[in-house]
Design a protein around this ligand. Structure first.
Ligand SMILES: C[S@@+](CC[C@H](N)C(=O)[O-])C[C@H]1O[C@@H](n2cnc3c(N)ncnc32)[C@H](O)[C@@H]1O
Length: 326
């Protein structure tokens, strides 16, 4: 059914067989955003480049364990270069960010923040972490196939900024190990808007006027319909409107199950193996189980193990209730 490994991602991955996993769906620790209070954690490197290098090394191991037709889906957000003060507003104090070890050594920590701002970035610069990672992975041999926008504007947490727009999106990058790969477009197709069906049938002005305007020269209504609109559903678009979710647990960076369900459905068959090298609270494993897949999850923080087991037990209980309960 599944396996949870509590270890550093690179160590955990080294225990897995080559070409054994169907799809990897994950969200690495974001750059300089959270402290997971674990020695060896990723995310608190002193420069974006160090952070990217560590992630590239982890995903190189992911590439080794993926089957030749496997894909990798990475959920990732951007970070701003800070002055060492403003970055941790919004209720997260510097003390909260620091592990006990780091709190005893604030000088080093503040030095780290300063370096972030001077290493090619001015305070307040958007670093562009998602694209730095995407390009680095492409350079490392991955095929960069899709940049999906996770639109969180439905219920995004307000920011106190007044000199730029409130950030309401993250990226999901889809990468493949090889040029040809497994992708089940049917499994994730979207419903067609009623207006599109109507337009295909009757044209822009409701008079079957496809011979004019944008549709000039494309033929009959029927041909238009079959060519542009399939009433059974359309190919999934690359902007996904998913609200952030209110799952309350000890892990404060879990992603919504509905965000990654399409990645698992498109990237693997029933019975396949879904990998997450930064499993956190176990969302990826939970959705994998719900969809009849097996899972392998890795996380460096031992305290998440109970949380994951608790979540997975709920799924198993819901899906196969013990026979003796009436
Ligand atoms: C953004 S969170 C993942 C959240 C997860 N998607 C969920 O829904 O709960 C990133 C996770 O990476 C873990 N982590 C940080 N450094 C790591 C490392 N070197 N190896 C493995 N896990 C690490 C953190 O403990 C954290 O749980």
């Amino acid at each position: 059914m599944g396996q949870i490994i509590i270890d550093d991602a690179l160590n955990g991955l080294s225990q897995l067989k080559s070409e054994s996993v169907d799809v990897c769906v994950t969200s690495p620790p974001y750059y300089n955003l959270r402290n997971y209070d674990a020695d060896g954690q990723i995310g608190l490197e002193s420069t974006p480049q160090e952070y990217i290098n560590r992630l590239v090394a982890v995903f190189r191991e992911v590439k080794r364990v993926l089957k030749p037709d496997g894909t990798l889906w990475i959920v990732i957000a951007d970070s701003y270069a800070g002055s060492g003060k403003g970055r941790y507003k919004n209720g997260i104090t510097i003390e909260k960010m620091l592990s006990k070890k780091q709190q005893g050594n604030k000088g080093t920590w503040m030095g780290t923040l300063e370096k972030t701002t001077t290493n090619g970035y001015k305070p307040k610069d958007l670093i562009g972490i998602p694209w730095l990672l995407a390009f680095a992975l492409r350079d490392d041999g991955w095929f960069l196939r899709s940049d999906i926008i996770w639109d969180k504007s439905g219920n995004v947490f307000p920011e106190s900024v007044k000199d730029r727009c409130t950030k309401a999106h993250e990226y999901i990058f889809m990468l493949s190990k090889n040029r040809k790969y497994y992708y089940d477009a049917e499994a994730i197709k979207e419903p067609v808007a009623k207006s599109s069906l109507k337009r295909a049938k009757y044209g822009w002005h409701g008079k079957g006027d496809h011979g004019q305007g944008n549709y000039a020269g494309l033929g009959s209504v029927e041909k238009m319909g079959s060519r542009f609109v399939n009433a059974n559903g359309r190919n999934k678009r690359d902007v996904w409107h998913i609200n952030t979710h209110a799952y309350k647990n000890e892990h404060f960076a879990s992603y919504p199950p509905e965000l990654i369900r399409p990645c698992i459905l498109a990237g693997s068959k029933k019975g396949g193996i879904v990998l997450d090298p930064f499993i956190g609270s176990g969302t990826t494993a939970m959705v994998a189980l719900q969809e009849g897949r097996d899972y392998i999850g890795i996380d460096i923080q031992p305290k998440y193990k109970d949380l994951i087991e608790e979540r997975l037990a709920t799924v198993l209980f819901t899906q196969t209730p013990p026979q003796n309960i009436v």
